[in-house]
Ligand binder design. Structure first.
Ligand SMILES: [Zn+2]
Length: 378
């Protein structure tokens, strides 16, 4: 198709098409590894009847969504038939066949490090992270009550999280497992959120800095001869920062990824653009896909900010695996959503991921459909 015809078909002006002077890359390439893929996170909802899910999935598919991420563990209850977690309902079992009927991939979205199950924090308080003031996240969680994170250096914690991944890997029809909250708490929280929690974080403060539990301290001391609690300025100590990054990385690469691979499941994660602040060195993780949460409004950003961070992430991954820009729908009107998708693709994303499907109204879906349909076929 010639460019002039193409624009006519779209009904769009050149301004919209040529944002930033870069033309879209092919969406439906003959090379399947280069094909654009789009995702949608779906927050737990047990009340919607099957027929309504089928209708919703048909709308998503029509708009260009390829994969859904239903939230099946929220740090309190599992929404699948878990044998070791409190079960709030067998929602995953219901969703999978309905999504498959509409041709959607299903990736189980699970929270990883936070654990708000009373039986666990009452019986195993030592599993939980401790801040630079020596306070446990069970007793004094940062920012919000649910910031009760488990310590990524502890073997028992690894086993607890591995159990979840193993259970999910047993679902034959499930395409993948999606790790969320696979990190430590934000030592510096996104700038637009600081007033909400009444904090001013001009540097790293011990109250929000983790983990200084006995296991983390002694493992670091074994490696370096230094007790991190005795550091004058822990934020400036590179080996101590790296130790925290590695503690999460080792859990992902050495424990969780092998389970997914063994059962032929894809494994992906929701990650932070400002990864240092949550001790999440995701660019070295051995995953199949990365979905950075490019929630521009949390950082006083705009669509240019989304473009910048998409490009930065794609560059960090060096083409090894695809990155899908996570977009915050509640702060994007249909026109802005279109722009956000365009800049993400311009910057080299393999597609986008919507946070979240429930926030999309009819105009959003129509806008997404028009945007994705406008991506040329090669
Ligand atoms: Zn620890």
């Amino acid at each position: 198709m010639k460019r002039s015809e193409f624009i006519k078909v779209l009904g769009l002006g050149t301004v919209g098409l040529m944002t930033n002077g870069i033309f879209f890359r092919p969406a439906y390439s003959k090379d399947p590894t280069k094909r654009i893929k789009n995702w949608a996170w779906i927050t737990t909802d047990l009340k919607i009847p099957d027929d309504d899910w089928l209708r919703k999935f048909a709308v998503m598919r029509h708009a260009g969504i390829d994969a859904i991420l239903p939230e099946i563990f929220n740090s309190r209850e599992a929404y699948y038939g878990s044998q070791h977690l409190p079960v709030g309902g067998e929602w995953l079992e219901r969703i999978i066949p309905l999504a498959k009927k509409e041709g959607l991939e299903v990736h189980a979205w699970m929270w990883s490090m936070p654990c708000n199950i009373p039986e666990i924090y009452e019986r195993q308080p030592e599993w939980y992270i401790v801040n630079g003031n020596g306070e446990s996240s069970v007793v004094k969680p940062a920012y919000v009550d649910y910031y009760k994170f488990l310590c990524p250096s502890r073997e028992e914690v690894h086993e607890f999280i591995e159990k979840r991944v193993k259970e999910l890997a047993q679902y034959d029809e499930l395409d993948g497992i999606h790790l969320d909250y696979i990190r430590l708490p934000d030592v510096i929280i996104a700038e637009a959120l600081q007033p909400r929690y009444d904090v001013v974080q001009d540097r790293e403060y011990p109250e929000f800095d983790y983990c200084y539990c006995e296991v983390c301290r002694s493992k670091f001391e074994d490696q370096t001869g230094i007790d991190p609690l005795e550091l004058d300025d822990p934020a400036m100590n590179e080996p101590w920062r790296q130790f925290r990054y590695d503690s999460v990385t080792n859990l992902v690469n050495d424990k969780l990824v092998p389970i997914a691979r063994k059962h032929d499941k894809k494994i992906s994660a929701a990650v932070f653009p400002n990864w240092e602040a949550v001790r999440q060195q995701w660019m070295v993780w051995d995953l199949d896909a990365f979905l950075p949460m490019l929630y521009h409004n949390f950082y006083h950003g705009d669509t240019e900010w989304i473009k910048y961070h998409t490009h930065k992430g794609v560059t960090a991954l060096d083409g090894r695996v695809p990155l899908y820009s996570g977009l915050f729908v509640p702060e994007l009107n249909p026109d802005e959503l279109q722009q956000a998708v365009q800049v993400s693709l311009d910057a080299g994303a393999g597609g986008i991921s919507l946070f979240h499907a429930n926030a999309m109204d009819g105009n959003h879906w129509e806008s997404l459909h028009a945007t994705l349909r406008s991506v040329p076929v090669d």
